[in-house]
Design a protein around this ligand. Structure first.
Ligand code: PMP
Ligand code: GLN
Length: 386
């Protein structure tokens, strides 16, 4: 330990290493099948890999513009217009970011001041609360109901105060796989009307909604879009989570503030991936619908297998995560069971209590089904022994 005159207090006391790092590490150490951290075990499309390599070899290896490579911003604008009927200006309302994580952090940092309150929904994705705290804000949690994981709008209304600066939502929802409906967006719209509240919409799983549902993007609702930062991630959409390329949409005034932060947090994002993504998006506008069908088949495959075990399947309307209740198998806390399954059965999952600030434990584990059928089959063979 270096010798400081006084101990340096942590900016994030009580925060350790993320559950995703812990479980992936444990899976690796134990040689377990890793259905914990969310990432596919199949490759990004060949044509996308080729396009990125082509740009890299052609010399597109220096800084991209701060807001993102122009062809990619054009492709994003075209996509959002086609899917949600929303018109975002390529120059002033779209920014390419180093993953959704950086977009979310930058949106918080540019809006939240000390003393501001930010409403989040628990179970809450792990980066939101530390992002709020680091910027001096106070997280205020609304709970999604259990086991349906629906928002309770009366509850949310009660949490709103004159200090509420922001509401952060995530649909399709990690970790629960729940999907907000049009009525939820209407409730939200009524709640923020005539306030100064801004909204962050984490829509990284936008193309993974099932059974004929429609993704209710904030971009579809002009009265919400005018006060929203909307975030999506190419990592999810193109099976390339390791590239960490994502984007944020916001109206001009909000985006101007966002870029003041973005330019000093990341400045810009790697150039060849941006140009390759732009080429692929232009060539394959059909990709999004196909991706939804692809993941619905995976969900059904995994659910059919899991139905033969003693785990109880919770609904999964979107994302590539399936939550299960295990009260019929064990009364252990979820963290302990997740660890034991990794060590003893050889299958890693995520304990859902990690997404609650007070560690609320409904005895639920999250499994990532973004895996080859062979991987899923082997995993469920092991889980079936319980
Ligand atoms: N939000 C949610 C809900 C996520 O699940 C993830 C990552 N899996 C992120 C944000 C971060 O995305 P990225 O990897 O693009 O930073
Ligand atoms: N979002 C991914 C998940 O939920 C993990 C991302 C990360 O490891 N930070 O599994």
């Amino acid at each position: 330990m270096p010798h400081f005159a006084r101990p340096i207090p942590s900016r994030l006391p009580g925060v350790g290493t993320t559950i995703f790092s812990l479980m992936s590490r444990l899976a690796q150490d134990c040689g377990a099948i890793n259905l914990s951290q969310g990432f596919p075990d199949y490759a990004a499309p060949e044509a996308l890999l080729d396009a990125v390599a082509r740009h890299m070899r052609a010399g597109a290896n220096q800084y991209a513009p701060m807001a993102g490579a122009l062809p990619l911003r054009e492709a994003i604008a075209a996509k959002v217009a086609a899917l949600y009927g929303a018109d975002y200006d390529v120059d002033s309302e779209i920014t390419v970011t180093a993953g959704a994580t950086q977009a979310i952090f930058s949106a918080i940092a540019c809006m939240v001041r000390p003393g501001d309150e930010v409403v989040v929904f628990e179970p809450v994705y792990d980066s939101y609360v530390p992002g709020i705290r680091l910027n001096g804000g106070t997280p205020v949690a609304a709970r999604l109901s259990f086991p349906g994981y629906r928002p309770d709008w009366d509850d949310v209304r009660r949490l709103i105060t004159p200090r509420t600066r922001m509401i952060m939502l995530n649909s399709p929802h990690n970790p629960t796989g729940s999907v907000w409906e049009a009525t939820d967006l209407c409730q939200l719209e009524a709640l923020v009307r005539d306030t100064n509240i801004v909204v962050v919409g984490d829509e990284v799983y936008e193309h993974m909604v099932y059974d004929g549902r429609r993704h209710e993007s904030l971009a579809r609702y002009p009265a919400l879009a005018e006060r929203s930062f909307i975030v999506s991630s190419f990592g999810k959409t193109y099976h390339a989570t390791g590239w960490k390329v994502a984007y944020c949409l916001a109206p001009r005034e909000l985006m101007a503030e966002f870029r003041k932060v973005h330019q000093f947090v990341a400045f810009c994002v790697n150039t060849p991936c941006q140009l390759g993504l732009a080429d692929f998006m232009k060539a394959r506008p059909d990709w999004y619908a196909e991706l939804g069908r692809f993941y619905q088949r995976k969900r059904d495959f995994f659910r059919d297998l899991m139905a033969t075990t003693r785990f109880e399947l919770l609904p999964c309307d979107g994302t590539y995560f399936q939550c299960v209740r295990y009260t019929g198998i064990s009364d252990e806390p979820d963290c302990r069971l997740a660890e034991r399954l990794t060590r003893e059965i050889g299958v890693a999952s995520i304990p859902v209590s990690a997404f609650y600030r007070d560690g609320a434990d409904n005895r639920v584990l999250r499994f990532c089904f973004a895996k080859n059928e062979e991987t899923l089959t082997r995993a469920v063979e092991r889980l079936g022994k319980l």
